[in-house]
Design a protein around this ligand. Structure first.
Ligand SMILES: [Zn+2]
Length: 283
């Protein structure tokens, strides 16, 4: 039972919130430039991610990549690293603080400390029409972490399941880099949940998921701000309408396509520098 509320409880609750990181204090990406670059780009690579598996892909800075829904509704779990330095990786928590719980066009995927710079910018989101549904659900979250065999072991009596996104990403990174699975696992991090529809229940604040509205042909396009190594898992949850961490859900492949802009299409763009803080921490 919660304790009795103090006399001024309603006054305290009525204080209006302030946005922690207002949008207008972040340098805005040049979306028209990126979109024009994509419009004139040619496809230079394509990677197909089988259901319940993960695959890596590489995107040089200044190129774009598309995560494409094919065959049926399917959620993807995305990790990004600096291709030359695995210690610079996507920072889900700070990205959430800067842009909110779910990402769309114009938002960026930021790298971890001490780098804290944009790794990729979302250029196009064909599910941007979805907005917020009656349950508070939105698409492409940075609040879930990734399905994993440890939480599965914690919550169920079933045996080990090896095709959670965490394990799929681990195997994909190991195969790409030559690291052992145990070494690769340490580089796998909280994801961008591509196409996943999620939120928090208003009454209890619990994390929920529901059937993704994604359909074949839908895509999320990104501009690579730095040289990227990416890994994408086609979640064993399929459209995440019921459960994950098992082979019960209908699952479909995902496709990653890499595009190279035409010469001169990025005139005026410069890659982001590492963060300007000197790392002395006042010591
Ligand atoms: Zn998953």
């Amino acid at each position: 039972m919660p304790r009795p509320a103090p006399a001024d409880a309603e006054v305290r609750r009525a204080v209006a919130p302030v946005i922690a990181y207002p949008d207008d204090s972040l340098p805005a990406p040049d979306l028209p430039l990126y979109r024009a670059a994509m419009a004139g780009a040619r496809k230079v690579d394509e990677v197909r991610i089988p259901p319940r598996e993960g695959r890596c892909f590489r995107v040089p800075r200044g190129q774009l990549f598309r995560i494409l829904s094919v065959e049926g509704p399917q959620v993807g779990d995305l990790n990004l690293w600096n291709a030359a330095d695995l210690s610079e990786r996507f920072y889900s928590g700070k990205t959430r603080a800067l842009h909110g719980t779910h990402l769309t066009a114009g938002d960026r995927m930021w790298s971890a400390f001490p780098h804290l710079r944009p790794m990729a910018t979302i250029v196009e989101d064909t599910l941007d029409w979805y907005g917020t549904d009656a349950y508070g659900g939105r698409v492409h979250d940075v609040i879930g972490t990734r399905c994993d065999p440890y939480t599965h072991a914690l919550l169920s009596e079933g045996g080990a399941y090896h095709h959670c996104c965490h394990s799929n990403l681990t195997r994909a990174l190991a195969a790409e880099t030559g690291l052992s699975p145990a070494e690769a696992e340490g580089h796998v991090h909280d994801v961008l949940n591509v196409f996943m529809c999620t939120g928090f229940t208003r009454e209890t604040g619990q994390y929920f998921m529901k059937a993704s509205p994604v359909r074949p042909g839908d895509h999320l396009d990104f501009f690579a701000e730095i040289d990227l190594l990416g890994a994408l898992s086609a979640c064993p949850g399929g459209d995440c309408s019921a459960e994950h961490s098992s082979d019960a859900a209908a699952c479909h492949p995902l496709v990653v396509q890499v595009f190279e802009p035409a010469d001169g299409a990025l005139a005026g763009w410069t890659p982001p520098e590492r963060n300007a803080y000197d790392r002395s921490h006042g010591a």
